[in-house]
Design a protein around this ligand. Sequence first.
Ligand code: ADP
Length: 164
Amino acid sequence: MKTAVYPGSFDPMTYGHLDIIHRAALMFDELIVSVLNNKAKTPLFSVEERVRILEEATKEFPNVKVDSFTGLLIDYAGRKNIHVSVRGLRAITDFEYELQIAQTNKKLSGGSLDTIFLTTSLEYAYLSSSSVKEIAYFGGDISQCVPPFVADMIHEKYKGRTDT
Ligand code: ADP
């Protein structure tokens, strides 16, 4: 069985992430979308909330599973016997960072973990979790960026916190 992992912060998941998930799910028998529990960042959503969002958004895809992990991706992938990591590329600015991570993972895993890149669908090229949060914070319309239930959850977080 061919399994791949799509790791990320997903704080929160956007239509850009969902597009990558849908496309990667067609390429593998099983796709594990795994939320990185990065203790160095202060996220808007807890790991549990991010997992729940991803589960709800991917529920009609039987070969997509949602999980979370702490620590290095290579250790997580090694434990699960996964040899492919999926990442999305939006622009040339993503490339340098992603290339470095991919090469580091390849080296540190002793060659066992490869990375494949899916280029963003053009309609989502501008989308990032941080821009969605910023737009929502200032009361802007995020309906084209995230599913409606996610938009409601973001607005709920920012209730009474906007500077507008
Ligand atoms: P990170 O894992 O770097 O903290 P994210 O959780 O936002 O960042 O993203 C996870 C992965 O999804 C990364 O490979 C990122 O480039 C990709 N990604 C994020 N937004 C989009 C988008 N709009 N289109 C395609 N790929 C995206």
